[in-house]
Write a protein that binds this ligand. Structure first.
Ligand SMILES: Nc1nc2c(ncn2[C@@H]2O[C@H](COP(=O)(O)OP(=O)(O)OP(=O)(O)O)[C@@H](O)[C@H]2O)c(=O)[nH]1
Length: 700
């Protein structure tokens, strides 16, 4: 898949004279005579080589078998007599303690602590942790190399071999799933324990809470900075170049001019939902009805999909344009298109629904302002997406945590249930309660009945008599048009996150991604981070005025003055006079999702921020805080259990570029994931040990 490579279209024979180094670039699909596709190969267990299970053990010392006979007889404890009610409470607490401590503490010890602490769960866990210091096994995390030239961090188990990058593959999508390899790694997990209910920030408004339409109390408290100041290690000074640009330029005026006479606002819309909910079909059909896809192309897709027995996917093929996606009938990576409504320029990002590709979905959703949540109305299917490990839940929680401000829910495939109003109402009421618990207010959610396959109620009002009989609300297009565009920080320092790197038509390299703040025009000289190299922008291609890109836009930059291997997915281009912060350590406020194993000092997880995905370790639990007010409830807690919030210190395996949430919302939000599950969402409050500073800058 071209979208999983760091640099597409690159002719490696041209770039590297030396012999092919398999250890660096892995194998090509063409080199492999057994595997069907590189993706399938990743799932295959190999008896020889890296597939050997013994390789997964960190310590190769011989394991000495314990002599069962020699173990002392377990003493029967003299249990105090409990009433039936107390015994029931005890059993429930024991279950909860076991879910935290696993089998590391005996039942007797647990019972004793529960009784000593008068049935207080938190205290009992704390005491048991203090006493036993159980050997918690933090989950191993896959190293995510992002193609960066730094030395990869060795973690266990080993990441599957990377695919060899093949030149001359093109894909319009820009959200490249550099991290999906890891997410597709075969892991042995207890499916029952993998079942998680995930929730976003607590939204119960408090009396003192000040809320904007897009920020929770938790976020507000981060902006207001109630956290105790951490110790900052001495930064290593790096001499940075200064960007030369006429300071008198009125960026706001340029931005207004770029919107043209119609003054259409740009909105980035991500399409999310459970696997097979009909996201690509709906998006493809919407684009077709909007005239974005020609009749000739559609006819071609119809014939070709018919030939391979997949005619029902013909509209999905508009978005799913790789061979793998079409043959599997599953979206793997984010596909992007742009179209116009009456009042908006809509940049649509069709995200994958399959659980294996959530890192790609995160990378797409992180660039969105608003979302279209597609749910399948057919019997049993809505329920499957909504149960605890369904992606309707997880996606809703993720988009809220990633800053999406408004959602249109497309209640899709209503044709399958004969346009039943009762089914529509049932789905709406279930989702209303859930979306409120995730953090969306009722005014931020609109429900639209539709059928992506027949195109009913997408662009034109319903023609289906059964639907017309009870529905007269907006079409999907009207609902999108009515969504609010967030304000654009065009006058802030430039921050462009790179989500794809490829070789352009000329010999220049191109990077695709999103400009979060500021503006960039042809001829600008920017700083590439975390590599710290100067880069020249030769050309800019996006929907705004030719030659420039403004905050909020996604686009492609043709660059020069940089080696191809310095460019990688997850890097940033920024204003050299006011660069981003580069660090390996940061302090953050997190909300813990419905995890089974709580977060403790030493917990390892994947850190996701925009297209960055790096292994991270929790170095300190600084405090446990109230989710709504940010008030400190406990200093230096031993654990952060499910549904709690806290301040932690995180250490990344390699330097990354970030901002505090206060300075830039897009670049100060992150997710922590473990073994394919999202365990927490966080906001960066402090960047510790910043490795850059802008003083003593020389001219570019
Ligand atoms: N009956 C009916 N089938 C639909 C409708 N929309 C989509 N489908 C079918 O649902 C299946 C899945 O559609 P996709 O568009 O690939 O679903 P998706 O959500 O994009 O899938 P992923 O991105 O892989 O999660 C296809 O067979 C579609 O034809 C609809 O409105 N009615």
């Amino acid at each position: 898949m071209s979208r999983h490579r760091n640099i597409r279209n690159l002719d490696y024979d041209e770039e590297y004279d030396e012999a092919w180094d398999e250890s660096v670039y892995g194998r090509s699909v063409d080199d492999c005579d057994t595997c069907i596709s590189p993706t399938a190969e990743q799932y295959l267990y190999k008896r020889s080589g890296q597939g050997n299970f013994s390789n997964f053990f960190q310590h190769q010392d011989e394991i000495v078998e314990e002599d069962v006979e020699a173990q002392p007889e377990v003493q029967k404890s003299s249990k105090p007599k409990l009433s039936d009610e107390e015994e029931a409470r005890m059993l429930s607490l024991l279950d909860q303690i076991r879910s935290v401590l696993g089998g590391t503490v005996s039942e007797d010890q647990m019972r004793t602590e529960v009784l000593k602490n008068k049935f207080d769960l938190e205290k009992s866990i704390d005491k048991l942790l203090n006493k036993a210091q159980p050997d918690f096994q933090a989950y191993p995390v896959q190293a995510q190399h992002n193609g960066r030239a730094d030395k990869p961090v060795v973690t266990t188990p080993q990441r599957p071999q990377q695919q060899k990058m093949k030149p001359n593959k093109t894909k319009s999508s820009t959200a490249k799933g550099h991290s999906s390899g890891a997410s597709r790694q075969v892991t042995v997990v207890d499916s029952s324990s993998a079942t998680r209910v995930v929730r976003g920030f607590d939204v119960t408004p408090s009396a003192t809470e000040k809320k904007t339409h897009n920020s929770s109390a938790f976020e507000d408290s981060v902006v207001n900075g109630k956290t105790a100041s951490p110790q900052v290690s001495t930064p290593k000074p790096v001499k940075l170049p200064t960007k030369q640009r006429d300071a008198s330029v009125d960026v706001r005026a340029l931005y207004s001019a770029s919107q043209g006479a119609a003054g259409k606002e740009l909105i980035n819309l991500v399409v999310v939902g459970h696997v097979d909910a009909g996201k690509s079909t709906l998006t493809g059909h919407l684009l077709y009805q909007q005239g974005q896809v020609s009749q000739r192309t559609m006819h071609k897709y119809e014939r070709e999909s018919q030939k391979c027995g997949k005619q029902s996917f013909m509209y999905a093929w508009v978005m799913d344009d790789t061979e793998e996606e079409r043959s599997r009938g599953v979206t793997v990576d984010v596909a992007e298109r742009t179209f116009e409504t009456e009042r908006k320029i809509v940049h649509i990002l069709d995200a994958p629904g399959h659980k294996d590709f959530i890192p790609n979905m995160i990378s797409g959703a992180a660039r969105a302002d608003v979302a279209l949540l597609v749910v399948d109305a057919s019997t049993g299917e809505f329920e499957a997406g909504f149960e605890s490990n369904g992606q309707t839940r997880e996606h809703a929680m993720l988009i809220k945590s990633l800053g999406v401000s408004e959602v249109t829910v497309a209640v899709n495939k209503l044709d399958v249930v004969q346009w039943s109003q009762q089914r529509f109402n049932e789905i709406c009421s279930t989702l209303t309660v859930f979306l409120k618990s995730v953090g969306f207010r009722s005014s931020e959610v609109t429900y639209v009945p539709c059928a992506g396959l027949s195109g009913e109620n997408l662009v034109k009002p319903p023609s289906e008599p059964q639907l017309k009989a009870w529905y007269s609300g907006p079409t999907i297009l009207n609902a999108i048009d009515n969504m609010k565009s967030p304000s654009r920080d065009v006058d802030q320092p430039a921050r462009f996150s790179i989500s794809d790197v490829f070789k352009g038509g000329s010999s220049n390299m191109c990077v695709a991604g999103k400009l979060h703040t500021g503006y960039i025009q042809s001829g600008d000289r920017l700083l590439l981070l975390p590599h710290t190299s100067a880069i020249t922008i030769k050309d800019v291609s996006c929907n705004s005025a030719p030659g420039s890109i403004f905050a909020g836009d996604s686009g492609t930059l043709t660059v020069s003055g940089v080696e191809p291997d310095e460019l990688s997915v997850g890097s940033f281009l920024c204003d050299p006079a006011k660069p981003m912060r580069r660090t390996t350590t940061l302090q953050a406020r997190i909300v813990v999702f419905n995890v089974i194993i709580p977060i403790i000092k030493g917990t390892q997880a994947e850190f996701h921020l925009q297209s960055v995905c790096e292994p991270a370790t929790v170095r300190k639990l600084i405090s446990q805080i109230n989710k709504s007010t940010g008030e400190v409830m406990k200093n230096r807690p031993r654990v952060l259990a499910r549904q709690t919030a806290g301040v932690i210190e995180l250490e990344l395996s390699r330097p990354i570029c970030v901002e505090t949430y206060k300075d830039c919302k897009d670049l100060g939000r992150f997710m922590l994931r473990q073994q394919g599950n999202t365990i927490a969402a966080g906001l960066i409050t402090e960047v510790l040990g910043d490795q850059l500073f802008s003083s003593g800058a020389s001219s570019l």
